[in-house]
Design a protein around this ligand. Structure first.
Ligand code: UTP
Length: 471
């Protein structure tokens, strides 16, 4: 190896020193190109870091002190006149910033989508209730509509991973970027990290391949810098980023009210939240710990805090994070200058692997640890933020599973129900069942109407709904 591959020796030594030399167990059996593949992989891995992360995340799980937990201040859904006035002003500010071309969209779409289990990137899943547009098309049309409304161009940055990048880019090419200009859609990949077994040993799925997985949506933070994306944004005059996850099909892309609140408060990172629907709902909650903003994962929240109530009987810690953020570019620069990075969290999963005898094993139980960084860990660097409450039924319906909760079926129903509400508020009669679900199918393209206000000007309230409506 020394003579044949001198450039890789430093990396091999790192693997050796971190106790991972077993990855070369089959060195004498594999071909020259397989050797090269393995060494290339090895050269991308910081084995020392993996060891440290394993020790930190698994052997000594970090515990957040809960002594000084308090609910954070929230801009609630506007009901009173003063609140409506504040939202109106925010909207104007947001609209001006959009018109000036200062806002970019960042969609994180690098996840493996294991729970959904489709063949291909999650964004390619065909979701709309009648025409079966893909999730990517739905987001793209929201951007097209916003561009038209604000007479602007909105750059769209999509984070992919090594495993789904080419499939994602091809999907956009085949569909002519869904009406967007190809120069405004920019793809960049996040880093991958090795998967380890429960003892911290790097796992392999063939004699020459280390199992790697994307490094979490927090990987966006480093990728924005390392892949030169932030510079590209600055070159285009972007001041703030609208961040969302690919699988929330109700996301209000480039919501001017949210942008405006963020800007008017000189916020560094802003968050949209919804009220948790029950104490055990699996969403992270936004809280103050010792006066600093934090997101606590549902799995890391104690039962006492989970069920704690206010005097009026409502949940004390109700601010469910829906992973829709505004991020200020200057703030990002400051984080980079400080040299800080996001920590890794460990997720225990079931991952097929090659055992030491070279047999492929499909485990029955969880056997592996994937390391992921989370974008919301950036909150610990944030001094100024805005937390804005929105209505779940209007803005949050993620697709996680193929069946049951948070599945394509529930998301389609959520879309139909939203369109049904818009139409009912205009005066159109729309039947619902006992659970409040619209009976029938409705699909409204964002290019026809982005919201209820726009729909009002385009639809006659005499419209007769006969069970299926496509606009
Ligand atoms: P999830 O954590 O729900 O993961 O990601 P997932 O990949 O969609 O699905 P599972 O857990 O494998 O079933 C939430 C959002 O963060 C993105 C996903 O693409 C999704 O938009 N994400 C997640 C990344 O961009 N990179 C990652 O490494 C992980």
């Amino acid at each position: 190896m020394e003579k044949e591959y001198p450039g890789y020796l430093r990396h091999v030594k790192n693997a050796f020193e971190a106790g991972q030399i077993h990855i070369f167990r089959w060195w004498n059996e594999i071909t020259a190109s397989e050797k090269k593949n393995l060494l290339d992989q090895v050269s991308t891995i910081d084995f020392g870091l993996i060891k440290k992360v394993f020790n930190d995340a698994v052997l000594k799980p970090a515990r957040t002190s809960r002594d000084n937990l308090t609910p954070p201040p929230i801009i609630t859904f506007p009901k009173k006149d003063a609140e409506k006035e504040m939202a109106h002003k925010a909207k104007l500010t947001g609209e001006i910033s959009l018109q000036k071309g200062e806002i970019a969209i960042l969609t994180v779409a690098g996840g493996d989508g294991t729970r959904l289990g489709i063949n291909g990137p999650k964004g390619t899943f065909l979701i709309t209730p009648i025409t079966r547009k893909s999730i990517f098309q739905l987001h793209a049309e929201k951007i097209v509509a916003a561009q038209k409304r604000y007479n602007t161009r909105i750059p769209w940055y999509i984070m992919t991973s090594k495993s789904n990048d080419s499939a994602t880019q091809n999907f956009f090419k085949v569909h002519n970027f869904f009406g967007l200009n190809s120069h405004q859609v920019c793809f960049f990949t996040q880093d991958m990290v090795p998967v380890v077994d429960l003892q911290g040993n790097v796992m392999m799925d063939s004699k020459s391949n280390i199992i790697m997985s994307p490094n979490g949506h927090g990987g966006a933070l480093m990728a924005l810098k390392e892949k030169n994306v932030l510079n590209d944004m600055k070159r285009r005059g972007i001041k703030n980023i609208f961040y969302h996850q690919v699988d929330n099909i109700l996301v209000k892309i480039a919501d001017p009210v949210f942008i405006g609140h963020h800007m008017r408060n000189s916020s560094e990172v802003s968050l949209k939240i919804v009220k948790k629907c029950d104490p055990e709902e699996k969403v992270g909650i936004v809280v103050y710990i010792d006066g600093n903003l934090h997101m606590i994962e549902y799995s890391e929240l104690s039962r006492k805090d989970m069920y704690e109530k206010n005097e009026n009987g409502t949940l004390k810690y109700h601010a469910g994070n829906i992973a829709v953020h505004m991020i200020n570019i200057d703030f990002l620069e400051k984080v980079y200058q400080s040299g800080e990075s996001l920590p890794y969290h460990a997720a225990i999963k079931k991952v097929p692997y090659l055992d030491e005898d070279g047999n492929v094993i499909d485990p029955k139980q969880n056997n592996a640890i994937k390391f992921e960084s989370f974008i919301f860990d950036i909150l610990k660097y944030v001094k100024k933020s805005v937390i804005m409450e929105v209505l779940r039924e209007d803005e949050f319906s993620p697709i996680k599973n193929m069946e049951g909760e948070n599945s394509p079926e529930t998301s389609r129903q959520d879309m139909v129900n939203q369109f049904g509400r818009w139409l009912r508020n205009i005066g159109v009669s729309i039947p619902v069942d006992v659970r409040g679900n619209v009976i029938g199918l409705i699909e409204i393209s964002p290019c026809f109407a982005m919201d209820e206000e726009e729909l009002k000007n385009k639809v006659d309230k005499q419209l007769q709904f006969n069970g299926k409506l496509l606009l």
